[in-house]
Design a protein around this ligand. Structure first.
Ligand code: ATP
Ligand code: CA
Ligand code: CA
Length: 433
């Protein structure tokens, strides 16, 4: 599976932060969901609301275990986004409720971000830098439009943007997003691909001690891998990717990756069965081999379903308001949610089954998405580009301007969906004078 799971429970260094994150999410999401649905207004995109939590509670917020401040950004926009992505409001709350502990991936990338998985492994909380936070707020309108217009978008699904702060602590911004990989399927290989080759290598020697590490471009090329799609799927996939990349180019974003998880049908979920509910997480990101690996327990589907039911019941008891936030689904939420069930990427729990060249179904199921899409080509990247450019060819290093970054990315991904024959033909054409 992905990631180093380290259970975050009482006593863990980040317990208080994680607990406050979940308490804040639960409170703000319930608060918005309890209201009648309505159309978004322009002001919804800039909205922010601040709440103070403390042990006694007040007329606005319920009592909490710790004192902290919580800020909720554009709650109506994210409510609509969750509905468009087909999330059930009650399940979302159950997954992120503070009673059930998260697991922490630590900081897998160079960026210093922390990743937390919800207990049922469906959602990821990623702490982000202030600059990324500002960027998401700035692009929220464009992102929203894009998601509405592109039901098959591969770009990360954002479900919430929040900030938490404990007294004397620093402000921690974070997003809630989709886990690209399904909770109940083993991912046998994982690649983070940028279309750049400089420094894009996971040391093959380290693979033995870390067999499920996230591999990179050079590892992919070394294995001569391809995404084996049938012609129709490939066309839909590439056309969608083109639209996604052109949005990112227009927004001056770069440094994103195509995250590819491969489930091998021949291997199946053997390891899951053997270990019952125990699953190992492995780190991804750039320089991650030092992260301790631990076993974490993921609840079974049945267990999650039971908890969802339980929470629905307690919510009903707690809130005797006529328009209960859970039972009531707006027609808009229902229709858009259901539509996405027919997305082409929805079979195999959101994955695409590969096809052999003879047209037969292949052994691989691919889980694909464009992740880490909140880096603006700003001053830091320009400096990095300058320095890295001194020692390596400028088109191969990862921090190049957004237009070129996107073109190179698309070119690479198009290349890996080709058959060997097509790739050879393309190479021959490219080398013709
Ligand atoms: P850096 O900027 O150094 O690349 P980062 O902290 O911004 O790192 P990401 O690139 O977003 O981190 O993600 C690091 C790794 O975490 C990915 O390579 C992948 O293994 C895992 N990961 C990130 N997002 C997801 C997701 N949505 N679903 C599943 N795994 C994810
Ligand atoms: Ca990244
Ligand atoms: Ca990043």
């Amino acid at each position: 599976r992905v990631v180093v799971g380290k259970k975050v429970e009482e006593g863990h260094v980040n317990w208080v932060t994680a607990y406050n994150m979940l308490t804040g999410i639960r409170f703000t999401v319930s608060r918005t969901n309890a209201k009648m649905d309505r159309e978004l207004t322009d002001a919804d995109f800039d909205a922010k609301h601040k709440f103070s939590f403390d042990i006694t509670g007040n007329e606005l917020t319920p009592s909490a275990k710790y004192d902290f401040k919580f800020k909720d950004y554009a709650p109506w926009v994210f409510r609509h986004l969750r509905a468009i992505f087909g999330l059930d409001p009650a399940d979302y709350l159950v997954s992120l409720t503070s009673k059930y502990i998260l697991s922490e991936l630590g900081s897998p990338g160079k960026s210093g971000s922390f990743f937390y998985f919800s207990r049922d492994y469906k959602y990821i909380i990623k702490t982000i830098h202030h600059a990324e936070h500002k960027l998401l707020r700035r692009i929220l309108r464009d992102y929203y439009r894009h998601v509405v217009d592109n039901p098959n978008t591969l770009i990360s699904q954002f479900y919430g943007l929040h900030r938490v702060k404990i007294p004397y602590g620093r402000k921690i911004h974070f997003v809630v997003m989709n886990n690209l990989f399904p909770p109940h399927r083993d991912i046998h290989q994982m690649f983070d691909l940028k279309g750049s080759t400089i420094g894009r290598d996971f040391r093959e020697e380290d693979l033995a001690s870390n067999p499920r590490a996230t591999l990179k471009d050079l590892n992919w090329l070394r294995r001569d891998k391809h995404l084996e799609f049938d012609a129709r799927i490939r066309q839909i996939f590439l056309e969608q990717l083109k639209r996604d990349v052109s949005l990112l180019q227009r927004l001056q974003i770069m440094d994103y990756s195509l995250l590819v998880g491969i489930h091998d049908l021949a291997k199946g979920n053997e390891e899951n069965l053997r270990e019952a509910t125990l699953q190992v997480f492995q780190p991804g990101g750039e320089e991650d081999d030092q992260t301790p690996s631990m076993l974490i327990r993921t609840p079974s589907r049945l267990e999650s379903a039971r908890k969802a039911r339980e929470l629905r019941l307690t919510l009903k008891k707690e809130k005797p308001v006529p328009m209960g936030m859970v039972q009531r689904k707006m027609p808009s939420e229902m229709s858009s949610g259901d539509e996405r069930q027919f997305r082409i990427f929805y079979n195999y729990d959101g994955g695409i089954r590969g096809t052999h060249e003879d047209g037969q179904g292949g052994d691989s199921v691919y889980y694909l998405g464009v992740i880490d899409c909140l880096t603006h080509y700003g001053i830091i990247k320009r400096i990095e580009h300058f320095w890295k450019g001194l020692s390596a060819p400028r088109t191969q290093i990862s921090p190049i301007p957004p237009q070129a970054y996107g073109d190179r990315f698309l070119n690479f991904v198009t290349g890996i969906t080709m058959t060997q024959e097509e790739a050879d033909r393309r190479r021959a054409q490219d080398s013709r004078p």
